[in-house]
Every structure is written in structure tokens, then in C-alpha cells.
Design a binder for this molecule. Structure first.
Ligand SMILES: C[S@@+](CC[C@H](N)C(=O)[O-])C[C@H]1O[C@@H](n2cnc3c(N)ncnc32)[C@H](O)[C@@H]1O
Length: 315
């Protein structure tokens, strides 16, 4: 049975199965698989969360096979049943984009957001120095240990984007348009981003969008997040005008920058740009990139401890 996610429009081919409390990833699910009741399912593409309530496990009298039909899916956090994902009467409900999906105005992430809806980052006072966490060298910061497992890699964006190019990019950054890229599932890596058209060296690809906080706040959050094994690491630490900052993109969003995976030979490079006096992190093409190519950048953390726990950082 083909199911399509109404939020991202992609076939529900892969995704995470979570335990009931959404704490642990049980495993990645495959296509045409039946689910046990009360399981959480997260769309492998846009990562919308739904809760499967009840499945029909009875065997067909004709074939004596268990059907994979999902009888009913109830929303996480809600009593109503409102179809958002849908295929032949199967109702789902999502945690994000809910209102718009219900009233039919859900906006595809590729579409341009009107300016008043662009989530603006909190203003960072230019004169105020954000203090480093006590006793921590900057080097140590991104390897914040929580539950004994180093999480975020130390990613180093370049500063000072050339003015001309920046002028061309600002409207794109402000509009939130993410054009030429799409989400793809990459097995053990989870989701990632690939191009659907070529990019030229230096082109703006997308923004690493999230909540701007200072570094110590980011570290505190990472400590909390690390207690939940189902949460990936989405805190991107950087320095801007002597301020030590962090973009926390842990919160699910339709923006794709948060899903770009790591490679030491990455074809993107992160950079900070200042837009309306707020620092923003963007990912731009390090080289010419063909269509249908995964985009990656170097998370930049080769510390022994991090690589021990995340061996993929070495490649
Ligand atoms: C910023 S997220 C990237 C998106 C992530 N793949 C997802 O599905 O949400 C960073 C996480 O992706 C995974 N990841 C990124 N690059 C990887 C790689 N080269 N190999 C394996 N896992 C990777 C790690 O779990 C890491 O904590």
C-alpha cells in the first residue's frame, strides 16, 4: 500500500519507529511494513510525527495472511482525528504544520514565505560580549558531553561574506526559499539533502535555520537533549564579532539546512552573514555541484572523544 505524506508529499517509504514516549528510536522502518499498535511513526522525509493507534492484525480468511492495513491513526497530543496524511481513508495528524494542513493552507517548504512570517532570530546586542562558559576553552565547547557521549561537532563557519554576493543572497535568506534541494533518505545517516539541479561554486544553497542562542545556553540545551537518544545533534556553534553563539535547530522545521550531513570532503561550506543586524548561518557551494548529489559539509570535529563515539566524523 502506498502512503504519501500530505505534509511533504513524499512516499512514506522510510522513517523512524519510536517508542511510545517518543524517547527511543526502535528502528528504521521499511516500506510496506505493518506496525504494532501504539507505535509512533515519523515520516522519513519531512519527519512529521504521527501516532499509530490500532492496526488490523487479523488474518485474511481467503489468504490467511496478515494485512498491513492501518485501521486508524490518532494524533499525538490530540483527541480529534483529522486527516493530514491520507491514503484511502487513513487518517493521520501531525505535530507541525497542523493548522495549515487542516484548513488546506499548508505551505510547501519550497514556497516563499511572506516576510511577516519569516521566523526572525532574536537580536543579539552588538556591544554585548557573550561570556564563554566558565572554565571551558572554546575548543572544548562543541564536544559537550552529556550522558558521556560527545554530540555536536565543532563546525566552523567562515566570516565576512563578500559584500556583492551577500547582496544577492539577502533576499533569498529573508524569503526562506530553499530552491534546488530536497530531502532524501540515506540509510544509517538518516535524512540528508540532495540537489535537484546543478549549483555553481559560491552559490547560496540554504540556511542553517534555527533558534539563535548564546553558546552557554546551547550547551545547556545539548545536555538536556542528550538524555533523549532519539534526538540527533543539531546545535551549531560559531563565533560572530567576538560573540560565541549557537544555532539550535533541534526543533523540527520545514527548513532543510538542519538536515545536511557531514563529510570531510563536503561540497558545501558554512558561512556567517549578518542580516538586519542578526548573524545568520548559511551553507554555500564550495565547488560546482551536479544535480542529484548529496550536499554535505565538514562538521569539523576530529577530537578523539567525538570520533570514538561518532566514527563517521573521520570521513
Ligand atoms: C544535523 S543532523 C543531520 C541530519 C540527520 N541525518 C537527520 O536525519 O536528522 C546530524 C546527525 O546526522 C547524522 N550524520 C550526519 N552526517 C553523518 C555521516 N556522514 N554518517 C553518519 N551519520 C551522519 C548523525 O546522527 C548526526 O548527529
Amino acid at each position: 500500500m502506498d502512503l504519501f505524506c500530505r505534509v511533504c508529499g513524499r512516499p512514506r517509504s522510510n522513517g523512524k519507529l519510536m517508542d511510545r514516549n517518543q524517547k527511543n528510536v526502535l528502528r528504521w522502518f521499511k516500506n510496506d511494513e505493518s506496525f504494532s499498535s501504539e507505535t509512533l511513526m515519523i515520516c522519513g522525509t519531512c519527519r512529521t510525527t504521527v501516532k499509530i493507534h490500532k492496526l488490523d492484525h487479523s488474518r485474511s480468511k481467503k489468504t490467511n495472511k496478515r494485512p498491513t492495513k492501518i485501521l486508524n491513526i490518532i494524533p499525538w497530543n490530540s483527541k480529534e482525528n483529522s486527516p493530514i496524511f491520507n491514503n484511502k481513508g487513513i487518517a493521520y495528524r501531525t505535530s507541525f504544520g497542523l493548522r495549515r494542513a487542516l484548513d488546506g493552507t499548508y505551505r510547501n517548504p519550497q514556497e516563499q514565505l511572506p516576510e511577516h512570517e519569516i521566523p526572525l532570530l532574536p537580536t543579539v546586542p552588538e556591544t554585548e560580549e557573550i561570556p564563554s562558559p566558565a572554565g571551558k576553552k572554546e575548543m572544548d565547547v562543541p564536544q559537550c558531553l552529556a550522558g558521556g557521549i560527545p554530540r555536536r561537532s565543532k563546525r566552523k563557519p567562515k566570516d565576512n561574506f563578500p559584500e556583492e554576493t551577500l547582496q544577492e543572497m539577502i533576499p533569498k535568506i529573508l524569503s526562506g526559499v530553499e530552491e534546488g534541494i530536497q530531502i532524501e533518505f540515506y540509510g544509517e545517516k538518516g535524512c540528508g539533502i540532495k540537489t535537484n539541479r546543478p549549483f555553481k561554486k559560491g552559490d547560496y544553497v540554504c540556511e542553517y535555520k534555527g533558534e539563535l542562542v548564546d553558546m552557554s545556553e546551547g550547551m545547556e540545551r545539548e545536555q538536556k537533549y542528550s538524555k533523549d537518544a532519539s534526538l540527533g545533534s543539531y546545535c551549531f556553534y560559531f563565533k560572530h564579532k567576538n560573540h560565541k553563539l549557537c544555532i539550535d535547530a533541534t526543533q523540527e522545521s520545514p527548513y532543510m539546512g538542519r538536515l545536511v550531513n557531514h563529510s570531510r570532503e563536503g561540497n558545501l561550506v558554512p558561512m556567517t552573514v549578518e542580516v538586519k543586524r542578526n548573524p545568520r548561518l548559511i551553507l554555500k557551494a564550495k565547488e560546482d555541484i551536479d544535480a542529484n548529489t548529496e550536499v554535505t559539509y565538514d562538521y569539523g570535529d576530529l577530537s578523539k572523544e567525538s570520533v570514538k563515539h561518532n566514527p563517521w566524523l573521520a570521513f
